[in-house]
Design a protein around this ligand. Structure first.
Ligand code: UGA
Length: 434
C-alpha cells in the first residue's frame, strides 16, 4: 500500500516508520523544513527507544522517505493519514483542530483516484464529518472516504505498542475504505489483535474514553495511596490485591505524583468540553482533572514537610523531570508544578534527568542542572525521585548518603523498598506506604 503520513511528530513518525516496516511504501510529510531536513540526515527529533534504527532500516530499504511537499506525496496514495497535533486551545480546553482542518484543505486538491483519508490525530466527535465536508467543498469531484483510526501507543514504548496492540479501532462508514484499512493492518495478523470496526463517531469517542478511563484509574489509586498513608496500609499491596481481579486489571494502578504528558491532561479537558457542549457533563472526569492538578502541588508539600515545613534557602535535589521514563517529553510533567512550588518557597532546586534536560531548561530557569545524578545530590538537604528512570533504581546508596547533607529520600514513584532504605539509615518517604 502507498501511505502518506501528514505530520512527523510522535504519532506520525512512529506510525510511518512502523507501517514502512510492515512493508508498505510510506512518505512522511511535515511543513517544518528543519525537521524534515534532520530526518533526511537520519536524525530523529524525539527520544524514543528503537526509533532511530527503525527509521534508518526502512529508509535504507527505500520504503520510508520524508518531504515538505504535500501535493506530490498525496497523489496516487491509497491512504493519507492525518497525524498532526491537536493541542488544547488556549484558555478553554477545547481541542485546537486548526492543523487537522488545514491538512484536510491541502489534501483535497491533490487527491487522485480513490483515497482513504485517515484521521490518526486525537480529535473530538464529529471532526471526521467536518474533514469530509472540507474536502468535498474544496474538491467536489474527489473520490475519497474519511476514516477514524485513533492511536493508542505510549511514549517510550511506542514501537512495541504499535506493532503489538491490544486492538486497532477503525471508524469507517464505507466498504471500500474498510478493505484498504484491512490491507494496511494485515501484517499485524501474525499476532491477531482484534481489528474493531465501528462507526466513525464511535471511534473518535473511544479514544477519549480510553485515555479518560486510564487517567481515572491512576487518580483513583493516587487517592487510595493518600488514604493508605493515613491508615497505615500499603498502596502497592492494595493495587495488587484489586488488580488481580480480571474485571479491574493490574495495569495503571501505580501510585505516583499524578499523571502528565501530552495526552491525558489535554484529552481529559477536551472530553469534558465535549460533554459540556452536548449537555452531558462528565462529572467523574472533571473531578479526576481537579484531583490530579492538586496532587502535583501536594507532592511538593510532601517534600517541604519532610524538611520540617520550610525549604527556604535549602538545596533540594530532584532525580527525573520528564513526565515518565524513556522520553524527553516535559509536557505537563509533575516536575513542573513541583519545581514551581519548591522554588516559590525559596528552595534552591538542583536536578538531573537522563534525557529531558534540554527540554526542561527553558521551562524551569530557576533550576541548576547537572550531567550526573550524584552531582545533583552533593550537599542537598534531601533528594526526591520524580521520574522512575531505570538509572535511579540501583543508585549507589552509600554514595547517595555520603553526598546528602541529610539522608532524606522522598520517593514519589516508589522505586525503593521502605525497609531497605531505613536499614541503611535514610529517612525514607514514599507514596501510599508506611
Ligand atoms: C497515553 C496512553 O497510555 C496511550 O495509550 C495513548 O495512546 C497516549 O496517551 C496518547 O493518547 O497519545 P502516554 O501519555 O505516552 O500514553 O503515557 P502513559 O504511559 O499512559 O503515562 C501517562 C502518565 O500517567 C505519566 O505521567 C505516568 O507517569 C502516569 N502513570 C501511568 C501513573 O502515574 N501511574 C500508572 O500506573 C501509569
Amino acid at each position: 500500500m502507498k501511505i502518506t503520513m501528514i505530520g512527523s511528530g510522535y504519532v506520525g513518525l512512529v506510525s510511518g516508520a512502523c507501517f514502512a516496516d510492515f512493508g508498505h511504501d510510506v512518505i512522511c510529510v511535515d511543513s517544518d523544513e528543519s525537521k524534515i531536513a534532520r530526518l533526511k540526515r537520519g536524525e530523529i527529533p524525539i527520544y524514543e527507544p528503537g526509533l532511530d534504527e527503525l527509521v534508518a532500516n526502512n529508509v535504507k530499504q527505500n520504503r520510508l522517505s520524508f518531504t515538505t511537499d504535500l501535493a506530490p506525496a498525496v497523489k496516487g496514495a491509497d491512504a493519507v493519514f492525518i497525524a498532526v497535533g491537536t493541542p488544547s486551545r488556549r484558555g478553554d480546553g477545547h481541542a485546537d483542530l486548526s492543523y487537522v482542518y488545514a491538512a484536510a484543505k491541502t489534501i483535497a486538491g491533490a487527491l487522485e483516484g480513490f483515497t482513504v483519508v485517515v484521521n490518526k490525530s486525537t480529535v473530538p466527535v464529529g471532526t471526521g464529518d467536518e474533514v469530509e465536508r472540507i474536502i468535498r467543498e474544496a474538491n467536489p469531484k474527489a473520490d475519497f472516504a474519511v476514516v477514524s483510526n485513533p492511536e493508542f501507543l505510549r511514549e517510550g514504548a511506542a514501537i512495541e505498542d504499535f506493532k503489538r496492540p491490544d486492538r486497532v479501532v477503525i471508524g469507517v462508514e464505507e466498504p471500500r475504505a474498510r478493505e484498504v484499512m484491512e490491507e494496511i493492518y494485515r501484517p499485524l495478523s501474525l499476532n491477531a489483535p482484534p481489528l474493531v470496526f465501528v462507526g466513525r463517531r464511535t471511534s473518535e469517542l473511544t479514544k477519549y474514553a480510553a485515555n479518560a478511563f486510564l487517567a481515572t484509574k491512576i487518580t483513583f489509586i493516587n487517592e487510595i495511596a493518600d488514604l493508605c498513608e493515613k491508615v497505615g496500609a500499603d498502596v502497592q499491596e492494595v493495587a495488587r490485591g484489586i488488580g488481580l481481579d480480571k474485571r479491574i486489571g493490574g495495569k495503571f494502578l501505580h501510585a505516583g505524583p499524578g499523571y502528565g504528558g501530552s495526552c491525558f491532561p489535554k484529552d481529559t479537558l477536551a472530553l469534558i468540553k465535549t460533554g459540556q457542549d452536548e449537555g452531558s457533563s462528565l462529572r467523574i472526569v472533571e473531578t479526576v482533572v481537579a484531583v490530579n492538578d492538586a496532587r502535583k502541588r501536594a507532592m511538593a508539600r510532601k517534600i517541604i514537610v519532610a524538611l520540617g515545613g520550610s525549604v527556604r534557602g535549602k538545596k533540594i535535589a530532584l532525580l527525573g523531570l520528564a513526565f515518565k521514563p524513556n522520553t524527553d517529553d516535559m509536557r505537563d510533567a509533575p516536575s513542573l508544578a513541583i519545581v514551581a512550588s519548591l522554588a516559590g518557597d525559596g528552595a534552591q532546586v538542583h536536578a538531573y534527568d537522563p534525557e529531558s534536560m534540554d527540554q526542561a531548561r527553558p521551562l524551569m530557569p530557576e533550576v541548576t542542572f547537572h550531567d550526573d545524578p550524584y552531582a545533583a545530590l552533593e550537599g542537598a538537604e534531601a533528594v526526591a525521585i520524580v521520574t522512575e528512570w531505570d538509572a535511579f533504581r540501583a543508585l549507589d546508596l552509600d554514595r547517595v548518603k555520603s553526598l546528602l547533607k541529610q539522608p532524606i529520600v522522598v520517593d514519589l514513584r516508589n522505586v525503593y523498598r521502605p525497609a531497605d532504605l531505613r536499614k541503611r539509615g535514610f529517612t525514607y518517604i514514599s507514596v501510599g506506604r508506611k
